[in-house]
Structures are given as structure tokens and as C-alpha cells.
Design a protein around this ligand. Structure first.
Ligand SMILES: [Zn+2]
Length: 442
């Protein structure tokens, strides 16, 4: 076929299927790609991590894909860390209503994370109690173990982080602004948490040695844990709660880098130091460099685990470097959702890579975290527990405005329906009934 023949031909009609295919592909292209690197050095061998880049919101539908990255820093054994790694994602997903779209799923996620964390803690304690009966109070079987959890869900440009304990997740955005997406639940550093634990019946103090000399960080007694939130820890009062701090942000289309790591990193490096130590390098190498830098600074004092996750704009293969922004541009990189499209300063901020903050809540009160506005009734007239998703008749559990299980004089429960078991857990977390550990020994 000669050149003139080709140019004189009329363009063929494009079949509809091809057009739809193109549309689907271009939609796909607009999604960022996610690349992860991991590095670790073990001292006690109690750090665990989870990398699941290929989850699907609707099984079998690749367009509903999302990814999960998590760190579990265990203490007093490894069974809590392993149990959470194996079960938490399923428990979170089971708390998400069926048949909802992507926007609804992102909105439902913070609440589902709270339910999933609490359910995982209840299940672990139930399993531990069972072991306890089998092994006749042999404390070396691991049922006193606990773990921090930093659990990151990435769907498109939206990043949702839920955490208990002190394994941090930081965000390094293009332009060199570093921000913390988690809160440290350490009694030493968190006044609010100290007050909450004390009000719920715990004692906060340092370890006493050498005739009354106080050493080390602030701990919670009984148990001696330095953290105010964790999963597991059956030997500690139930005011050490598994209710996570949750933060959800939407990145600009320049992407960003997450560094998720156990305290082996953060006791050695500030957020800025960690981000700076690996900037401009691919995720796989970056994780190794962060661990190396922490080791160089402090030596191997603790388990040290690091995940580096790059959220990369579609047309790039690695996170693109961008010029530094002027320092005085804004004090915080987080911008609130613009109220209307006429919000000109907001669109300017978007242009320089501002991160849109969608959600943040850290309350340890379950009623404030599960919401009242959800219909928990099933089609069969039963009520579904907001935490464990078990169906019960309303008379078996508690619903809006009923009193607590233990004390009729306490404030009424204002959250959605809870089954008997989860209601007991709620009251124990608020210090309104004896904790699981006390109940075990009586
Ligand atoms: Zn329940």
C-alpha cells in the first residue's frame, strides 16, 4: 500500500467496545502506582510486617484494588503480633457495608478500622483465655503478649492510617515537607492518655529500683507497659485500649512517600532525618538506607523495621523530584477540603502539592468512634453488632440510650448496637467493670 493510498482512506469507525476500553484504561492510568521497599534488623525478633499490594474491595474486580501496608511491634512475646497480622484486615473488611461504591468505602473505612481493631483485640483475648485454661496459667505460652499496630490503606491518592502504640507513619510530600500521620501512644509523651488511663483506674508511674529511685519512662500499673494503647496485653488493665487513632489524607497528583517503621527507627531518627536520609532513591533502597542510618546513629538497641511506600504519579516509574517550595508558603501542608470551587487560595495550594486532610479522630471513647447515624438492623429484624458484626435480637445487647452493663448510674451508651460480649469490652475499656485480667484470676 503506497503512502498516498493510506492518506486517502477514510478513518474507520471505532467500535463501541474499543471506546469503552480506552475509557477504562485512561481511568486506570490516572491512578498512581504504588512501590514498596522493606528492611529490618532484629534484636528480639518481635517485629512483624504486612505487605499486601493487591487487595480488592470487590473480590474478582481489579478496578476496586487497594493496597495495605502494616507494622506490628510486639512485646512480651510474638503471638499478638502474629495474630493481628493474620486477622486484622479481614476484621476491618467485615465491618464495611456490602455493595457500596468507592467514595462510600473511603468514608466507611475510619469506622471499620475502629471496629476491626477492637474485634481483633477481643478475639485475641478469647484465644488467650482458652490457652490459659489449657496450659494452666503457664505464662510462657504468649497470652500476655501485646503489639503496636500501624495499618495503612492506600486507594488511589487516598491514604488512611490507623494506629495504636508508637510505630509511626510519616508522609514526605514533593517539595520536602514531612508530616506525621500517626500519634505516639506513649504514656511518657501523651498527657491526654495519662489522664484517660488514670481516670479509668490505672496507675501511672516509673519503675522503682535501688530503694525508691525512679527509673525509665512512665509506665502503667498493673503490667508496667509504656504504651497507652495496643492490641493484646491481657495482663494489663483494659484501659490500655485497642481503639486506633485514624487519619485519612488525599495526596495531590505529585504523589508522596510514606515511611512506616517501629520505634527502633524513631528512637534514633526524627521524621525529617528519616525522610532526608533516603530522598530521591527508589523505595527498595530507601528502606535499607533508613535502617542503616538508624543503626549508625544509635546502634542496634531494639527491633528495627522499616517500610517505604512510594505513591507514584502514573507517567513516572519512580517518585519524581520537584523543586523545593518557598518556606513561608504555609505553616502546614494540610489543607481542608475546599467549600466551593471559587476558593482560589486552595487551588493555588493544590498546585504546589498540598495534602488534603479528609479525616482525623483519635478519641479512646468507642461511642464517639462508631457513629450513631448508621442503620444496624438486618433484613431479618435482628441487630448487627457494630464491632464484631454478630447478629442478635436487640434485647440481648444494648442499643442507643440504654444504660451500661455494669452500672445503671453511668452515662448512657450513645453509640450503635453492641452485642453482649462487645458491650462488656466497652465497659471494661472505660473502667466501668473489672478488666479481663482481673476476671481471669477470680
Ligand atoms: Zn459484638
Amino acid at each position: 500500500m503506497s503512502q498516498s493510498e493510506v492518506s486517502s482512506m477514510r478513518p474507520p469507525l471505532v467500535p463501541l467496545a474499543t471506546l469503552i476500553g480506552r475509557e477504562l484504561r485512561s481511568e486506570k492510568v490516572e491512578k498512581p502506582s504504588v512501590r514498596c521497599g522493606q528492611a529490618a534488623l532484629a534484636k528480639k525478633g518481635e517485629d512483624y510486617f504486612l505487605i499486601k499490594p493487591d487487595c480488592q474491595r470487590i473480590p474478582g474486580n481489579p478496578s476496586t484494588s487497594f493496597s495495605v501496608f502494616a507494622i506490628f511491634d510486639g512485646h512480651n512475646g510474638i503471638s499478638a503480633a502474629i495474630f493481628v497480622k493474620e486477622n486484622l484486615l479481614n476484621h476491618v473488611m467485615s465491618a464495611i457495608p456490602q455493595g457500596i461504591g468507592r467514595e462510600e468505602w473511603l468514608q466507611a473505612l475510619p469506622r471499620a478500622l475502629v471496629a476491626g481493631f477492637v474485634k481483633t483485640d477481643i478475639e485475641f483475648q478469647r484465644k488467650g483465655k482458652h490457652q490459659l485454661q489449657i496450659f494452666m496459667l503457664n505464662m510462657n505460652t504468649g497470652e500476655t503478649s501485646g503489639t503496636t499496630v500501624t495499618f495503612v490503606v492506600i486507594d488511589g491518592w487516598t491514604v488512611t492510617v490507623a494506629s495504636v502504640g508508637d510505630s509511626r507513619c510519616i508522609l514526605d510530600t514533593q517539595g520536602g515537607v514531612v508530616s506525621l500521620l500517626t500519634v505516639d501512644h506513649r504514656l511518657e509523651e501523651n498527657v491526654e492518655e495519662r489522664e484517660r488511663v488514670t481516670a479509668s483506674g490505672g496507675e501511672v508511674g516509673r519503675l522503682n529500683v535501688y530503694g525508691g529511685t525512679e527509673v525509665g519512662p512512665l509506665r502503667c500499673w498493673p503490667g508496667g507497659l509504656c504504651l497507652s494503647r495496643s492490641i493484646g496485653d491481657m495482663d494489663v488493665g483494659e484501659f490500655i485500649v485497642p481503639i486506633p487513632h485514624v487519619k485519612q489524607v488525599k495526596l495531590s497528583n505529585t504523589g508522596g512517600r510514606l515511611i512506616i517503621a517501629s520505634d527502633g527507627i524513631w528512637d534514633a531518627l526524627s521524621s525529617e532525618m528519616a525522610a532526608k536520609s533516603c530522598r530521591g532513591l527508589p523505595a527498595e533502597l530507601a528502606a535499607k538506607l533508613v535502617v542503616k542510618e538508624a543503626l549508625r546513629t544509635r546502634g542496634l538497641k531494639d527491633d528495627t523495621t522499616c517500610l517505604v511506600v512510594d505513591i507514584i504519579p502514573p507517567e513516572h516509574s519512580v517518585l519524581p523530584p520537584t523543586p523545593r517550595r518557598k518556606q513561608n508558603m504555609l505553616s502546614s501542608i494540610f489543607g481542608k477540603k475546599p467549600q466551593n470551587s471559587m476558593n482560589k487560595p486552595m487551588s493555588k495550594l493544590s498546585a504546589v502539592g498540598v495534602v488534603e486532610e479528609l479525616f482525623e479522630e483519635g478519641s479512646a471513647v468507642l461511642a464517639e468512634r462508631l457513629g450513631k447515624d448508621v442503620n444496624w438492623k438486618t433484613n431479618s429484624g435482628l441487630s448487627r453488632c457494630a464491632v464484631c458484626q454478630v447478629d442478635q435480637t436487640p434485647s440481648e445487647g444494648i442499643s442507643v440510650n440504654s444504660g451500661t452493663f455494669f452500672s445503671a448510674t453511668s452515662n448512657p451508651w450513645e453509640g450503635p448496637f453492641l452485642c453482649t460480649n462487645c458491650r462488656k469490652k466497652k465497659d471494661a475499656m472505660e473502667g466501668k467493670r473489672p478488666s479481663q485480667s482481673t476476671a481471669l484470676t477470680t
